[in-house]
Design a protein around this ligand. Structure first.
Ligand SMILES: Cc1cc2nc3c(=O)[nH]c(=O)nc-3n(C[C@H](O)[C@H](O)[C@H](O)COP(=O)(O)OP(=O)(O)OC[C@H]3O[C@@H](n4cnc5c(N)ncnc54)[C@H](O)[C@@H]3O)c2cc1C
Length: 434
């Protein structure tokens, strides 16, 4: 099937046509960002139905800035829970390590709230806007197996043999991206960190843990997280441990016996969470070493396909949303010259997203510290003022759509040396449980 008429993107003055591979949060956000400019989109999603997994997601203020730019901020806010604090507890002795308020002062500084949302609600809000846009065609059961960028325009071939053609292509197809395999060909870095996730009704949640906050219980080689969803009617539970097994990236059903076996060194108070779900899903996680280039001519990558990261800063989806807005701005700035736009977009995103990928790895180490390292972590964070925390996350949370191209070489805006130095020195002090 030919979904779009191929033209030469580098010479066209009219809006081009674009194939987006992957209908997750990143792909749908990119569809909105481009369609708003008049670009006709074919969005190819391998699943038979459109949706997200049953789990929660944290959204930093940078995500809301991006969602507003995409026109869906209010819809997402409606389904979100605005938390009071971000909390870290020591899972061994139940002492509070840090409690960072994210109320008025936080919102004033970062111009947006910190929130938690059910993934299906976030995905659903973006999908509603996608459905209403006449320039976006959403194809389900369209698993892309190959792409060809060698001729004029690009072609994507699906498993069932259909061919989709357009002027340009964006791989938004997640950690195991087929488009990345074609553009870069590197292997994912399986972390050996396994995540179990479940959503439970509020009455299953221990009464003494029903806090309006993302709470991380940091333990030796493991941690547990909980936060409310859907006006507090549900709670999201996430537990992570270093696997004893040789892991492969992937998602499977979990086993209660396995999860219990990794939390023996943890206090009974957080440990009681492990009994609550009736079923768990198990994620063996992976990221990739950051790369300096992820575009080639009329093809580029976005979201987890471009910069997959582990979950310790709760920023993977936030980065995909930022990517989408930046891509749209780059296309606008380059007057629909797609290869030039992809270069500009990439230049604006590589360093920032690599910084997040690398900070996340460090964060995982701090979350799972044991022995003396645990004591060092606790002494670093206990009693830390909100202002010091805010300074440390300035680089991450203060992202703004109107400056999203500023980080591209040649367009660097001036930054205050003090703020940057502080942020660098204190990256390790970021507290953002996922
Ligand atoms: C345990 C855990 C907790 C997390 N918590 C947070 C959090 O709190 N906050 C946050 O911001 N991020 C969080 N993340 C990260 C976030 O989930 C991801 O970064 C985000 O979902 C990436 O979106 P994406 O659209 O780039 O990729 P994906 O969500 O992976 O979407 C890719 C889409 O492409 C489709 N696809 C794949 N291959 C093909 C193909 N060949 N053809 C067609 N379609 C294809 C898939 O079916 C899927 O729909 C967490 C991740 C994990 C593992």
């Amino acid at each position: 099937m030919t979904a779009s008429t191929a033209t030469n993107a580098s010479t066209t003055k009219n809006p081009p046509t674009v194939l987006l591979v992957g209908g997750g949060i990143g792909g749908m956000a990119a569809a909105l960002a481009l369609a708003r400019l008049g670009v006709a989109i074919d969005l190819l999603e391998q699943s038979a139905s459109i949706g997200e997994i049953g789990a929660g997601l944290q959204l930093g203020p940078n995500a809301f800035a991006a969602l507003d730019a995409l026109g869906v901020g209010e819809a997402v806010r409606k389904g979100s829970v605005f938390t009071d604090r971000l909390v870290m507890m020591d899972a061994v002795d139940c002492a509070e390590v840090a409690s960072v308020p994210v109320g008025e002062a936080f919102r004033a500084r970062f111009r947006n709230p910190y929130a938690v949302s059910h993934r299906a609600d976030l995905h659903g809000a973006i999908h509603e806007a996608v459905k209403q846009h006449p320039l976006i065609r959403f194809h389900t059961s369209a698993q892309v197996e190959a792409i060809d960028t060698s001729g004029q325009g690009v072609t994507a071939v699906t498993k069932d043999g259909r061919q989709f053609k357009a002027d340009a292509i964006v791989g938004c197809d997640g950690v195991k991206s087929v488009v990345r395999a074609r553009l870069i060909g590197d292997a994912p870095r399986v972390s050996g960190h396994v995540v179990y996730r479940a959503v439970v009704p509020a009455d299953c949640m221990p009464a003494d843990l029903r806090w309006n906050a993302p709470v991380v219980w940091a333990g030796p080689d493991c941690h547990l997280v909980h936060y409310p969803l859907r006006h507090g009617e549900q709670y999201n539970l996430v537990v992570t441990f270093h696997s004893r097994e040789a892991e492969e990236w992937g998602v499977t059903d979990g086993s209660k016996e396995e999860v219990l076996s990794y939390f023996e060194g943890v206090h009974a108070r957080p440990r009681q969470l492990l009994d609550r779900p009736t079923s768990w899903r198990r994620w063996s996680t992976a990221d990739r070493d950051p790369v300096g280039r992820w575009s080639d001519g009329a093809a580029t990558l976005l979201g987890d396909a471009a910069h997959p990261m582990m979950q310790y800063l709760a920023q993977g989806a936030c980065m995909a949303l930022e990517d989408a807005v930046t891509l749209g701005e780059a296309v606008k700035a380059c007057g629909f010259d797609m290869p030039a736009a992809f270069k500009l977009y990439e230049a604006a995103r590589v360093a920032r997203t690599a910084r997040v990928v690398l900070s996340v790895r460090e964060m995982g180490r701090l979350y799972h510290a044991k022995g003396v390292e645990r004591l060092v972590r606790n002494s670093l964070w206990t009693g830390r003022s909100p202002e010091r925390f805010y300074d440390a996350v300035e680089w991450l949370y203060a992202w703004r759509p109107e400056h999203c191209l500023d980080d591209a070489p040649g367009t660097l805006r001036p930054v205050t040396a003090t703020a940057e130095a502080k942020a660098d020195a204190e990256t390790a002090a970021v507290l953002s449980p996922h």
